[in-house]
Design a protein around this ligand. Sequence first.
Ligand SMILES: [Fe+2]
Ligand SMILES: [Fe+2]
Length: 193
Amino acid sequence: MLHLHSHSRQQWLLQVDQFLPEVLIDHAHCERKAASTAMSLMNAYVVNRALARAMTVIVQEELEHYELVLQLLERRHIKFCLQKPSAYGKQLHALIRQAEPQRVVDRLLVASLIEARSCERFDLLSKHVRQSDPELADFYASLFESEARHHTTYVALAEDYAPRSEVRLRLKELAEAEANILENDQPVVRMHS
Ligand SMILES: [Fe+2]
Ligand SMILES: [Fe+2]
């Protein structure tokens, strides 16, 4: 369903145990950036009514998630701050082709894969901390469904711009690249590292 080409490594979960506050701060930034991505797609393809409608919903949901993560940080007395992001987003965005309509297809598919990876990791995290931190487990379980829906929405919108078979092929290529990006060790522990 999520079209990912790899499972997250156990190593990532172990690192999260060690650096949980940093990962939670990064998660807040991810939600903010997800809202910004949806807004920028809406602005770039303003005449696509279906896209505008879908992006309106996603912007609102991501901003709600952003606020929820910020509240979680406050409850835990974790100071929200600027942070060096992992190279993941930058490396994925570098794969976007420049000419239209390939560009819009890639932008939508890259967004769909980021949503899919978030979704996979929220599920892993939720299960991992179920006993030790039920509040966090419930929080991540509650976000899973909407991020899965965002993934599906982005893939469906890409099919407005290219035949389904082409979209699926490109999704497969980008998913392979996404898995490779995560294979390489990142110097920082993040939601996507
Ligand atoms: Fe979100
Ligand atoms: Fe999302």
